[in-house]
Each structure stands twice: as C-alpha cells, then as structure tokens.
Design a protein around this ligand. Structure first.
Ligand code: 5GP
Length: 118
C-alpha cells in the first residue's frame, strides 16, 4: 500500500496525529490539515474502500459516513447555515488519498465549484 493509501489507516490507528472531531465504531472524523473553509472536516470509514463508488457496495457504511457528516455539521454549529459534502473521486476531481473520505465544508459562504479557473 502506498503512503497516499495508508495515511488515513495510520490516522485511524493513531499512528499519525489528527484533530479528531467525532468517532463511531465504523467512522472517524478529523480536521483537514489544509482547510479550504472555516470548517473542513474529513469523514473516513475505518474499513478502506478506494472511492465512494466502491463504498456503495456497503450501503450501511456509506450511510454511516453521511450520518457522520451531518453529526459533524451539528457539532460545528453549521447545520442551519449550510455545508457541502464532497467526495473527490479519482484524479480529475483531485483525489489524492485513495481511502474514501467525505469532505465536510462550511462555516462561511462557499465558492462555486467545477472547471479549474487557471
Ligand atoms: P482528497 O484530495 O483526496 O480529496 O483529500 C485529501 C485531503 O487530505 C486533503 O484535503 C488534504 O489536505 C488532507 N490531508 C492530507 N494529509 C493529511 C494529514 O496528514 N492530516 C490531515 N488531517 N489531513 C491530511
């Protein structure tokens, strides 16, 4: 397994430090090291799948990830103001860690997304 694949396993195993926001038996939520919004939390299933399409093979676990994203929003106080849940999937979308994760972004007005501007 490459570093980019194993990083989140090492965070789950507490071998790499992270600021943990919420945890259940199946999911870990921790702050992104390079936040793209005031709130930027990653929600990671403890069992590794490469991307969200593969995670869909276990619908209950996919639901755990989405439920955890909503829980994070509640804990961060952004349920009412709004937030975005993003699964970058493969290279054009900018996926760099190939252990599926939901980005939970909010706490301020977010920009548009889509085609690269540069
Ligand atoms: P992706 O680009 O795969 O959608 O998202 C990977 C995310 O992991 C990036 O937003 C990046 O900032 C974050 N990240 C990379 N390395 C670390 C780390 O060591 N700790 C934490 N907390 N986040 C990381």
């Amino acid at each position: 397994m490459s570093d980019a694949e194993s990083l989140f396993e090492r965070i789950i195993a507490r071998e790499v430090p992270a600021e943990i926001v919420w945890e259940s038996d199946t999911v870990l939520a921790f702050r992104d090291i390079n936040p793209q919004a005031k709130t930027h939390v990653l929600v990671v299933p403890k069992k590794r799948f490469r991307n969200v399409a593969e995670l869909a093979a276990e619908p209950e676990l996919l639901a755990d990830v989405i439920t955890a994203a909503a829980k994070v929003a509640e804990l961060e106080g952004i349920t009412e103001s709004g937030y975005r849940v993003v699964f970058n999937t493969e290279l054009d979308a900018g996926q760099t860690v190939f252990h599926v994760h939901a980005h939970v972004l909010g706490g301020e007005q977010l920009g548009f997304f889509g085609r690269h501007s540069g």
